[in-house]
Design a protein around this ligand. Sequence first.
Ligand code: FAD
Length: 475
Amino acid sequence: NSSLVWLRRDLRVFDHAALHRALQDSARVHCVFVYDTTILDGLPRRDRRVDFIHASIAEVAAELRQLGGHLIVRHADPAAAIPALAAELGVDAVYCNHDYEPQAIARDDAVEQALRAGGRRFVSCRDQVIFEKSEVLSQTGGVFSVFTPYKNAWLKKLEADPSVLAPYHVEPLAARLAPAPANAPALPSLAELGFEPSNLAELKIPTGMSGAAALLEDFLPRIAGYKEARDYPAVKGPSYLSIHFRFGTLSVRHLVRTVLDLMARGAGGEGAPVWLAELIWREFYAMILYHNPHVVGGSYKPAYDAIEWETGPHADELFAAWCEGRTGYPLVDAAMAQLNQTGYMHNRLRMVTACFLIKDLGIDWRRGEAYFAQHLNDFDLASNNGGWQWASSSGCDAQPYFRIFNPITQSEKFDASGKFIRRYLPQLKDLSDKEIHAPWLVPRMLPLDYPDPLVMHDEARKRTLERYAVVKKTD
Ligand code: FAD
């Protein structure tokens, strides 16, 4: 018997659940990656994520070749291409790893139906997360809606069943990988896929399994200090692994094993458990999306859909200024410049810029969510939506609805010396550490090459409290 492994957001060979299962179940295993035209056709012709996938796929193909296998690559709609390829190869089953996004679930359902019609099986494995869907439930069997009890239950479940972390060793079964046919075509170039190179290489964002491994190696010696360092955007505090989580160039099991091992040896300091909690946030949001698909386009707490956002040309102008980093608030503008230039934004700044758009400018959070989705290298529907709903207070949050960040105090606290701001807004480099957070307050002879603030925070805050009053009545 033979099978086909369909890679999607799991662009690696090692510790790969679906590949391992297929190798165990079948005498001959083919592998395929499909550049999905239903996604790619809607993207700008320069997209860092496409570059990232392209480079990572080259590495997967090379690794499979080294193991005696071969990666088939297609550029098509997978809903048609996968069943067609399965028929062409005459395989008995297609294996892949679970995807939890509503559109991906619909796609997989369609593929499964088509395969079944041809007498083939569709086998899907848990790989992207440690615990999925309904595996972590409350004591009464309910789905969690608040993070901390979810995290505690997650940790308890892992303690009870550490076997979920067991690695899937692919190498011992590699002899079952189907070798490249004699006429195997070369991997498609970016140009053949209809794309031009982005600035990914210039940014030195490491790609593929080797890139993830290098970032992890760089991060582990810093993990003990993560709790302190992670909030300051000018400091190298976090792991920068998010794009690798997104495309599965790393194994989440491997990361959790590594962190738990550090903690067991007393080497993780205060940072390791905090970092582990971030990985649990990721799974929490994936679980929330799976059980609450209405969060795509709607508030997690439906009462928040009654809020009336700014509309019309003035709102469009405010939104454009936010996107382009010309709000007049240096930390917000520097953060947007970071996003626009690199596709990454520090977590603290994602919170600051999202709160600013929603609660200082009164713009519908869904517009900001869509902008992030377009520009973030690590864009993940569940985490991005969760982050935006957190910022708009419409999501799974134990905090009161009226939390409003002050963009000046956030700046003074988290970029006190203005180091991050100066990196992205060089026109402000000569302001003092004290002045740089609110340049309009500084009397000057010559105007700065920098806009005045779009709104005054105190006035905006009052408007937001009024805007959110409609929720207060029903919450
Ligand atoms: P680290 O601090 O090293 O964290 C390690 C990993 O944990 C991350 O790579 C990520 O996989 C996960 N993680 C960390 N924080 C969170 C979180 N709050 N929620 C879920 N997972 C988390 N993260 C995305 O991966 N994709 C997104 O599209 C995304 N959009 C966001 C939008 C908003 C408005 C906010 C407030 C947060 C968003 N996040 C998103 C979460 C977080 O900002 C990023 O995961 C983090 O900044 C990535 O950097 P890192 O890999 O260096 O993180």
